[in-house]
Design a protein around this ligand. Structure first.
Ligand code: SAM
Length: 286
């Protein structure tokens, strides 16, 4: 079977749905483009034989379980920690793989691990929750062995784009979403994607590069992420962050664009892929 690669400009949405395989998900949640992004994110991870991987803010464990399924190494170990006890419980029951463990931990300014115990630290959509990331980044470096790998991914919500006839209204809705500090967050930053480079490379503790993937949708329907996002925005109305009229107008716009074959959604996701600077000060490779 020929290898599929995303269209260089349009991403995965340029391909008809029929050619996608059924994407299995360890948690049962199937949002195709999110799962395609996960594949890409996990493909950045380079775990050595017998390596130990930490997933900081692992949620329900989908990333860690998908990674473990790819790595056929009996000596490897995979540790996920998350502040949500419910998420951790779901993650724990989703696997029987003895190499994988999940723990409940609300991380403050420190990580409860010894120095240099991990070969890989991965984290996706979590770093914005730390109010003082400059102070926390040295903790990420501390738990990694010298030249251990960091793979840190984040949306940049201010790059989210929907088609719409009323630009001001569309901006109001998207800005409200971007700035929404949800109940489980101690902090939010809709620019975290573009700031990964500054926080991680700028710390002098890592040497790496930023890779960017643009998620795009051209269909306003399940199972695409833009469609789900638009429906989640209703939560903004409930919280008084967007008026009912704005939300209804925004949704009508999207329905009309869809009926006319003009619907488009995109958002940028940034991944910093780097290595902890070696103890002797030498720089590693991404
Ligand atoms: C948007 S979810 C991302 C989950 C997962 N990494 C993914 O990409 O599917 C953010 C997760 O970070 C966790 N989280 C937020 N702040 C945290 C903290 N201080 N310590 C540990 N986990 C935290 C939340 O409980 C939530 O599961």
């Amino acid at each position: 079977m020929p290898r599929r690669t995303p269209h260089p400009i349009l991403g995965w949405s340029a391909f008809p749905k029929a050619i996608f395989p059924a994407y299995p998900s360890p948690t049962g949640v199937r949002v195709l483009d999110v799962e395609q992004h996960r594949d890409w994110y996990l493909s950045q991870v380079q775990a050595p034989v017998g390596g130990a991987v930490l997933d900081l803010g692992c949620g329900k464990g989908a990333d860690l379980l998908a990674l473990a399924a790819r790595i056929d190494d009996p000596r490897a170990s995979f540790v996920g920690i998350d502040a949500s006890p419910d998420h951790v419980r779901e993650a724990q029951v989703a696997t029987t793989d003895s190499r994988v463990s999940f723990g409940h931990s609300k991380v403050g300014s420190t990580l409860d691990f010894d120095d240099g115990v991990f070969d890989v630290l991965m984290t996706q959509e979590v770093l914005e929750c730390f109010p003082d990331l400059d102070a926390f980044v040295p903790e990420l470096a501390r738990v990694l062995r010298p030249e251990g790998q960091i793979v840190a991914s984040h949306y940049d919500w201010d790059t989210q784009a929907f088609t719409g006839s009323d630009r001001d209204r569309t901006r109001r809705v998207l800005r409200a979403w971007a700035e929404w500090e949800q109940s489980w967050m101690d902090h939010t930053d809709p620019w975290m994607g573009r700031r990964l480079w500054g926080y991680l490379q700028g710390s002098g503790l890592f040497e790496g590069e930023v890779r960017v993937r643009v998620m795009t949708n051209t269909e306003f329907s399940e199972p695409w992420h833009g469609y789900r996002m638009a429906h989640w925005f209703r939560g903004l109305v409930k919280r008084g962050m967007v008026s009912e009229a704005d939300y209804e107008g925004f949704m009508s716009d999207l329905e009309e664009a869809s009926a006319a074959g003009r619907y488009f959604w995109s958002v940028n996701r940034y991944v910093y892929v780097g290595r902890r600077v070696a103890a002797d000060g030498q720089r590693g490779r991404p």
